[in-house]
Design a protein around this ligand. Sequence first.
Ligand SMILES: Cc1cc2nc3c(=O)[nH]c(=O)nc-3n(C[C@H](O)[C@H](O)[C@H](O)COP(=O)(O)OP(=O)(O)OC[C@H]3O[C@@H](n4cnc5c(N)ncnc54)[C@H](O)[C@@H]3O)c2cc1C
Length: 240
Amino acid sequence: MTQTPSFRSDITVELVKHSASDTDVLWAARVSTAGEQSIEELSKDPERSKGLLNFLMRDRHGSPFEHNSMTFLVTAPIFVFREFHRHRVGWSYNEESGRYRRLEPVFYVPGAERRLVQRGRPGKYEFVPGTPEQHAVVGKVMEESYRQAYAAYQEMLTAGVAREVARAVLPVGLFSSMYATCNARSLMHFLGLRTQDERAAVPSFPQREIEMVGERMEEEWARLMPLTHAAFNANGRIAP
Ligand SMILES: Cc1cc2nc3c(=O)[nH]c(=O)nc-3n(C[C@H](O)[C@H](O)[C@H](O)COP(=O)(O)OP(=O)(O)OC[C@H]3O[C@@H](n4cnc5c(N)ncnc54)[C@H](O)[C@@H]3O)c2cc1C
């Protein structure tokens, strides 16, 4: 069956499972000084809790931030996953297979708000908006190229070639999906590197598409662990 490619510029992130709260951090931290404590005892004094979280973040006592878990379903182009999978510590991944299933023809084309033009040199550059002509050429060339690549993939599958061989012609703009599980500490490290924020003590220059994933993860995390998130921002967005 011949499939027609579709094109999209959005990236989706869904929090599918979680066990994560500010209390998890307090519970892990207070065992050092108070021994075992109940959740009720821990929640008694909110100001003290905020103070403790801030102290842990500031002095980089990182391990109490690991006793929690968030699983995200991310749908993004393959080039985003290439960057993402460099984050080795505190992350678990499972991505859809190009060996076991036929890959769907869904491809990434930057949206109108995506800055297209790079100025300056690596390590010291900025991105500025593209002209309407540049957006038009990007859309046209990408779509043509994707159509051609997917037609070649389908031709090989029709000829009986294995999916794992035929996929070699598919580009990194093809959408893929993965489950990614992390804890607050590994997420903070990821956000410090893959988002831009004026509160960051150490600036980073992530590619916009992985930053879009980071921003959506951060929204979910901030909802689950608001005090930890506030302490992260107050301490320069550096993972403890
Ligand atoms: C803006 C930007 C540009 C980049 N450009 C490139 C590029 O051009 N080419 C390229 O290859 N990569 C590039 N990267 C990827 C980068 O080098 C890291 O691989 C990625 O950011 C993951 O960071 P990490 O190793 O700190 O994270 P993790 O792998 O999650 O590791 C977390 C921390 O654990 C410790 N750790 C992990 N593994 C080791 C180890 N083997 N030895 C000692 N300590 C360890 C370190 O403290 C590390 O910070 C880029 C990243 C960013 C954010």
